[in-house]
Design a protein around this ligand. Sequence first.
Ligand SMILES: [Zn+2]
Length: 114
Amino acid sequence: MMSFMPPSGKVFCDKCGLEFNLRKVKIEEERLVRNRLGYFFQCPHCQAKYPFASITKRGQTLLQSLKVARRDVKQAIGNRKRYPIVLSRYDKILAKYQKEVGGAYPNEEVIVND
Ligand SMILES: [Zn+2]
């Protein structure tokens, strides 16, 4: 179900079969083992849980750097000297960031808060 997102955002829950809109579900976070954060949403009808992404602490920090680097790239458009420099820096951060993010995770990796 989660391999693609139709333009309408409408999908059917694998568990209860009812339709819901992916654009309207609330994305929630939870702590995972190995110092990571998991992202998931739930079916509004039966609460079936759909984990779809995970990111490490380092990945979260890199994401901030990536935002700054992307802004620098945009601002450097048209500047022949500066553009290749900021673009190469952006690419380097992006490559590091991609190593810190993952897709769906098994429920066993979730740290249960007590
Ligand atoms: Zn459901």
